[in-house]
Design a binder for this molecule. Structure first.
Ligand code: UD1
Ligand code: MG
Length: 457
């Protein structure tokens, strides 16, 4: 194996996206396109990776961090010019350089590795990854000579009618002999319809010098989609989504409606989980076995324990234990920790709260900045009054406490172990252990009042 280097092209603004966001940062299944590419390259045993970025693409750097080095392309003069920006890192070094575009998020590490191995085995100076598309519109066409050898790549905009009929396309991935690459780039001109320095022109230069130029055609044409506009972005999203869902299904996850289930690439799901239609699971979420998620639920950066059910609800940046029941229509907001056996029922919002084992908040409540103990029962309509307009305060509801319906718990306040709060109370002081607190005006019945009133009228 020779020394391996990679160059990722990510400096193009992506005019066709019509977006403020740099093209390669547009997400596919929640992860920026360029990060998919870098992730897939990371299995190739690379000595160095250089990502070419443009002005104002600090966000690309922020996204990828230290995993790659960066070279700035001040002006976007074409893909050939872009690769030249890596000169200070790579020029003159012995080895193989793989060049990948940041807008081909579906390429897999397997395919990239196959191309690399093919290139090394063929002892070629240039290998290009090609694929055959029913609709090659927009892609560079691979033009072969009478011996079926690759002669050159012609961009769509520069192609003759005859060349446009060719359905073998350049995927934008190549392996080059590194020394040849930087030498040939000096000879690439911008004499074409777009006035750009085209990287694919290195192929014809190598060919003219009598060097070995070959193509490796992948049968997985779906992997090679280059995302230039939002239509292609949606296509890529679809394919990636299906790929992710199929992998989970093969691992023992039941996905009832895989066309309408959206799972991020980093999500972990154990076997015997069921995902109901219309569900989105994103970030670094983990779903443990036998859980049922959905229909129509959203889980973000959260852990959902074994055998837990989340129905028509949203859970974000939180931890949920085993045998928990959430929903329908509950909202678990960030930094909540819900223990085993808890029930969070309809129209309950929980924020930054700990709810310990087997406690119940079954209906229409707001639990914010609270610590709820074990086996507590929080009645319908209970509100933790946590905010005075300036600061947030904590409510503590200890083990086995029973809070009656429609109570306001004005924080900071503690309902001690086993205490009762009468329905309709507004609690402003701590309630001692095992006592009953009634904080509402006493009921007065005026007997015979209605009859007296009617007589007066
Ligand atoms: C390119 C190829 C085309 C191929 C297609 C595959 C060229 C000239 N054409 O066309 O043969 O079929 O990819 O998807 O290479 N970029 C820079 N700096 C620049 C220009 C582009 O960094 O000056 C980056 C872009 O951010 C992008 C990649 O290079 O990630 C490809 O550029 P793009 O404009 O999308 O090229 P295509 O027209 O798709
Ligand atoms: Mg492109």
């Amino acid at each position: 194996m020779s020394n391996r280097y990679a160059v990722v092209l990510a400096a193009g603004k992506g005019t066709r996206m019509k977006s403020k966001l740099y093209k390669v940062l547009h997400p596919v299944c929640g992860k920026p396109m360029v990060e998919h590419v870098v992730d897939q390259l990371s299995g190739l045993n690379l000595k160095e990776m250089i990502t070419i970025i443009g002005h104002g693409s600090d966000l690309v750097k922020e996204q990828l961090g230290e995993r790659t080095k960066y070279a700035l392309q001040e002006e976007q003069l074409g893909t050939g010019h872009a690769v030249q920006m890596a000169e200070s890192y790579l020029k003159g070094k012995e080895g193989t350089t793989i060049v990948v575009c940041g807008d081909t998020p579906l390429l897999t590490g397997d395919t990239l590795s196959e191309l690399m191995t093919f290139h090394e085995n063929e002892k070629a100076q240039v290998s290009v990854l090609t694929s055959k598309l029913d609709d090659p519109t927009g892609y560079g066409r691979v033009i072969r000579n009478e011996h079926n050898e690759v002669e050159k790549i012609v961009e769509h905009k520069d192609a003759s009618d005859e060349e446009l009929k060719v359905n073998e396309i350049n995927t934008g991935v190549y392996c080059f002999d590194n020394e040849l690459l930087f030498d040939a780039l000096d000879n690439v001109s911008n004499d074409n319809s777009q006035g750009e320095y085209y990287l694919p022109d290195v192929l014809s230069i190598a060919k003219e010098r009598g060097l070995k130029v070959v193509a490796y055609t992948t049968p997985n044409f779906e992997e090679t989609i280059g995302v230039n506009d939002r239509v292609a972005l949606a296509k890529a999203e679809r394919i990636m989504q299906r790929r992710i869902n199929e992998q989970h299904m093969r691992n023992g996850v039941s996905i009832i409606d895989f066309e309408n289930t959206y799972i991020g690439p980093e999500v972990e799901i154990e076997s015997d989980v069921t995902i109901e239609p219309g569900t989105k699971i994103s970030g670094n979420s983990v779903i443990k076995s036998d859980a049922i998620i959905g229909p129509n639920s959203e889980i973000k950066d959260s852990v959902i324990g074994e055998n837990t059910v989340v129905k028509q609800s949203v859970v974000a940046d939180s931890k949920v234990g085993q045998n928990v029941n959430i929903g329908p229509y509950a909202h678990i907001r960030p930094d909540s920790d819900i223990s085993n056996g808890v029930k969070i029922g309809n129209f309950v919002e929980v924020k930054k709260s700990v709810i310990d084992t087997n406690s119940k908040v079954s209906h229409l409540s707001y639990i914010g900045d609270a610590e709820v103990g074990k086996d507590a029962n929080i009645g319908c309509g209970t509100i933790t009054v946590n905010y005075d307009g300036t600061n947030k305060y904590k409510t503590v509801i200890e083990d086995e406490a029973f809070v009656g319906c429609n109570s306001n718990l004005v924080a900071p306040v503690t309902i001690k172990k086993g205490a009762y709060v009468a329905a309709g109370s507004t609690i402003t002081k701590d309630v001692p252990e095992k006592s009953l607190s009634i904080a509402r005006s006493r009921q007065e019945n005026k007997e015979g009042y209605v009859e007296r009133l009617k007589k007066r009228q």
